[in-house]
Write a protein that binds this ligand. Structure first.
Ligand code: ZN
Length: 264
């Protein structure tokens, strides 16, 4: 009888210790994110992830043809526990910044109002909810632009978004509190070994690394080869006793549980 009472308490204490120090009882966490809703994500990335039973996060631009023309396939992806996440409706970026010749006048963030941007993000949340039935949603800033004419446009949406991915290249410590600008590594042209070296850096420092992919085997100017991507997945699978590969949403919820004050 006494044992019955003492054991749950003991496990409660152990779990408190573990939650306070670790990534789901592992040395580090890895989050694989894929931006802009590309065909190659459905055709190559999802099958590659499924073949090793790892989950990814897809930051979807809801007006992208590879999203609107393949809705049922994205629904299936969600049903397979991958994360469908918010990357706005039209992917507006600030065209007034250098090197932004690709920004069209219709979708220039510099000419948006905060209301218009907020509406886009809410509409994308609703669209994704229609597919996967979920209310918890994460966000990634198009082009990494966090401000609209000097205003941090996500401020009014924090009740509707659990976390957001930034684009600064930094590992995320377990005590991170900046849930709306979590760092990530933009991948473009790295080899499999270089991707693995980044994971090892996270393992050595008990951190989380968020990968930011666009094209995988093509379809985007920012690209990584299928071979490099496959090599990374194999390393993650082989080392899964030390590495928690999870979705951006699950990782953000874990950070929140570790640092209840996290909200910035
Ligand atoms: Zn994007």
């Amino acid at each position: 009888m006494l044992l019955k009472r003492v054991f749950p308490f003991f496990f409660f204490l152990v779990s408190l210790t573990v939650v306070g120090q670790d990534w789901n009882k592992k040395r580090s966490a890895v989050v694989l994110t894929y931006d802009d809703a590309l065909n190659v994500h459905l055709d190559q990335v999802v099958p590659a992830l499924d073949s090793v039973k790892l989950k990814g996060t897809f930051f979807l631009t809801a007006a992208a043809p590879a999203f609107t023309k393949r809705l049922l396939e994205w629904k299936k992806v969600a049903g397979n526990q991958h994360e469908l996440a918010n990357h706005t409706l039209f992917h507006p970026c600030d065209g007034s910044k250098p090197g932004r010749n690709f920004v069209t006048p219709d979708y220039n963030l510099a000419t948006y109002s905060v209301r218009r941007m907020t509406d886009e993000i809410r509409m994308t949340n609703a669209t994704l909810q229609a597919l996967d039935g979920k209310k918890e949603r994460t966000f990634a800033y198009p082009c990494g632009d966090t401000h609209l004419n000097g205003v941090p446009y996500l401020d009014g949406l924090k009740a509707e978004l659990v976390a957001a991915r930034g684009v600064q290249s930094e590992l995320v410590p377990i005590k991170a509190t900046n849930l709306y600008t979590l760092g990530s590594y933009m991948i473009n042209g790295q080899t499999g070994d270089e991707l693995i070296a980044l994971v090892k850096k996270a393992m050595d420092t008990n951190s989380m690394i968020v990968f930011l992919f666009h094209g995988v085997g093509g379809e985007h100017s920012l690209n990584v080869s299928l071979e490099a991507h496959r090599k990374l997945l194999q390393f993650l699978k082989k080392n899964e006793k030390d590495i928690w590969t999870t979705t951006f949403l699950e990782a953000a919820k874990h950070l929140k549980a570790n640092a209840p004050a996290a909200k910035k």
